[in-house]
Structure formats: C-alpha cells, structure tokens
Design a protein around this ligand. Structure first.
Ligand code: AMP
Length: 279
C-alpha cells in the first residue's frame, strides 16, 4: 500500500494510473476509521483498479468553537485498517500543503447547503465542498464514495459534481451501525459510557419513526415528534429533527415523496447525526 503525503506525489501517481488506463476510486475520510468507512472502500472496489482512501482532518469545515483540535487521530491504526481492507493508497496531505497561508479560493454550493447542518454550522459546507473539489483535483478519481450517514453532504456533493462538471461518478453507501443501533462515527469516542448508552435514543427514535411510516403515517410533524421525543427521553438535546425532500432538501409537511428524516442531537457536548430515507 502506498502512502502519499503531498498533493504533488498524489497527482503524479494518479496521472500515471490514468495513463495506464486504470480506474481510480476515492474514499474521502477524516481518519479514525471504522467499519462504516471501510464499507465505502468495498463499494469502490468492484469497478476500480486502484482504491485511494484520503485521510485529512479538514480544518476549513470546522467552526471556531468546534472540535478540530481534539478530533481523534491515529494514523498507524488507520493505515493498518486500510492495508487489511486491500486499499491501494492512502493520501494523507499536510494542512499546509492543502491550504497555503494566503489561500483565497473557495467553492460554495448555495442552496442545499443552507438548511440542517448548514444552518447550525456556518461555513461548514463551504469547507467540505472546497476540500472535496481539491481532493478530486489531487486524486483524479473516476468514482468517489460517500456515506448516507451524512445525507445532506451527499446531496451537496452531487450538486457540486453536476454544476461544475467533475468527471466523477458518486456512489452512496448505507449507514453502518454498531450492533446496538448507534450509527458509527469517529466522534462516538467522545461519549462517556453513560452518554454512549443514552445516545441509543437517536437510532431508537429513528426506528420508531420508520415503523410509523411503514404503518402508513405520513405527517412530518408526527414522524419528527417520534424522534424528538425519544431523544429528549434519553436525556439528549435535539439540534434538529426535520423531514425534507431527498431531491432538493425542501421541508416537507408530509412524507409523500422520497424523503429524508434528518437528525442531529447532542449528548453531553457531542453532536451526533443520524437519518433515514423514507419512501
Ligand atoms: P468522516 O471521516 O466522518 O468525514 O466520514 C468519511 C466518509 O465516511 C463520509 O462519506 C461519511 O458519510 C462516511 N461515513 C461516516 N460514518 C459512516 C457510517 N456509520 N456508515 C457509512 N458511512 C459512514
């Protein structure tokens, strides 16, 4: 497995692969890998000759009061996971290589980035969209794989690819969960054992809403209340629970078209995401 530490090295390798007619798959991550990340590698594998995992804790997608400094990092463990998963190369650039001191060019998506996490984390999607555009220019992928866990991010990045004509096919992998239902996340390590237990309320609430939907419930107010109530009963603080169109993220009063029930909630100081596609 190759470990590429600079954009120049990465682009040179990617150009050589492309000239040799090899298809490149990219799985962008912020590291501290778990089975959810590795499931995305498996989705790239079948039709890519080379699978690259990028590991970069992207400073520009964190707000000033957020967890950039304490975001969990363990490169040796991540490299071992990637090796075991048959990854061909890790791209792990330094922040200074990605962002020159006088960096001043941003890529912004101006519609789908507005609600949900965009409203709670100003500047977050500007950082995400910019870094993904930069990763595409460094890795030159044919396929890039993202997780439904970050459903809004997936929609925003599909819009990026369409609007700026990146020659990349996006693929979306399902949410991987711990055995007890908690959506896997690098941030789960922040939870105390008590918070970890109580945080199950999120996936429990989502499952209750899914069951209500399966039984015919379509009201956005009712479906969101199921999740909201479960989270508050578990001692958590919902940041948002919203029913939105899976097409354009507009708020829905009823799940009468393909919808996403999108959830963010705090347990202690840790903010966790979950969601479900309804219909
Ligand atoms: P992150 O390292 O948290 O930035 O995530 C990197 C990629 O992995 C993103 O496309 C995420 O949506 C995806 N991902 C994170 N958690 C999960 C999960 N539990 N299941 C599937 N994909 C995930």
């Amino acid at each position: 497995m190759m470990i590429l530490r600079s954009i120049a090295e990465m682009q040179a390798a990617a150009l050589a692969w492309r000239r040799a007619g090899r298809r490149i798959g990219l799985v962008p991550t912020m590291g501290y890998l778990h089975a959810g990340h590795l499931s995305l590698v498996a989705l790239a594998r079948p039709d890519c000759d080379v699978v690259v995992v990028s590991i970069f804790v992207n400073p520009t997608q964190f707000g000033p009061q957020e967890d950039l400094a304490k975001y969990p990092r363990d490169f040796e463990r991540d490299a071992a996971c990637c090796r075991e998963a048959g990854v061909d190369a890790i791209f792990a650039p330094e922040p200074g290589d990605m962002y020159a001191a006088d960096f001043s060019t941003w890529v912004t998506e101006e519609r789908l980035s507005q609600p949900l996490c965009g409203a709670r984390r100003p500047g977050h999607f500007r950082g995400v969209v910019t870094v993904v555009a930069k990763l595409f220019n460094a890795v030159l992928p044919d396929v890039a794989v993202f997780g439904q866990k970050d459903a809004q991010q997936c929609l925003v990045l599909q819009r990026l690819v369409r609007d700026l004509n990146f020659p990349v096919t996006l693929r979306i992998g399902p949410i991987w969960r711990e055995a007890d239902g908690l959506a896997m996340s690098s941030r789960n390590v922040y939870l105390s054992s008590d918070e970890r237990q109580r945080a199950l309320a999120i996936s429990r609430g989502v499952r209750v809403a899914e069951a209500a939907f399966a039984a015919g419930e379509r009201s956005g107010v009712v479906l969101c209340a199921r999740v909201h109530d479960a989270i508050t009963a578990g001692g958590g603080r919902p940041d948002y629970v919203e029913l939105r169109s899976r097409h354009d993220l507009r708020e829905l009063t009823a799940a009468s078209e393909p919808a996403v029930l999108a959830v963010a909630a705090f347990f202690g100081v840790t903010r966790l995401l979950d969601n479900s596609f309804l219909g």
